[in-house]
Design a protein around this ligand. Sequence first.
Ligand SMILES: [Zn+2]
Ligand SMILES: [Zn+2]
Ligand SMILES: [Zn+2]
Ligand SMILES: [Zn+2]
Length: 215
Amino acid sequence: MTTKSPKATCLLCKSEYTGAGMTKHLQSCLPKSLGNQRKQQKFRSQPFFHILVKGAHLPEYWLHLRVSSNSKLEELDQFLRDIWLECCGHMSAFSYRRDDIEMGQKLKEVLIPGMELRHEYDFGSPTELLVKALTEYAGPMEKNRPAVEILARNEAPEVPCNECEKSLATQICIACQWSGSVWLCETCAEDHQCGKEMMLPVVNSPRTGVCGYEG
Ligand SMILES: [Zn+2]
Ligand SMILES: [Zn+2]
Ligand SMILES: [Zn+2]
Ligand SMILES: [Zn+2]
């Protein structure tokens, strides 16, 4: 599959980068933005992690997150469900080297920079994510700041239709999963033999086309 990934925007400074470029960029943009804040106000610090989440098998889907070190893994789990995963309330788990980690644990009790956890949603048709703690920072103490915030997110990859190879795909046929003819444009989806009820919309998530996920 030849996908094209458009550039994504850094929400801190609005500059645009592709996947690997964004990781590099944020490692300088994030401390710079904290430095600027520090000059503006004196603050009590509250630690947070810069976390990169990506599809274990679909790395074109990724999220750079700022997650409070005091938040629990279940808060990060809920965030990932809301933005990428939730279809019908499947089970999920974080693990490190095959050992499951309690959802009630706080990030600061579990993570150190450089550590990579695995997150699995739905053990039947799993969506597997890699959750990497890149750096821990001292941020300003702010009441009511959400536990998880997005720093940058991939733009939807552009996948050409498997039938006509001209238009971009908007639908995925779940009946054809294994035949190779899966991603379809609007026109080819109309004429497709499996019927409309087998179609799921293409969405910007590593769970696109899986179970009943519609975004
Ligand atoms: Zn930036
Ligand atoms: Zn489901
Ligand atoms: Zn087509
Ligand atoms: Zn089909």
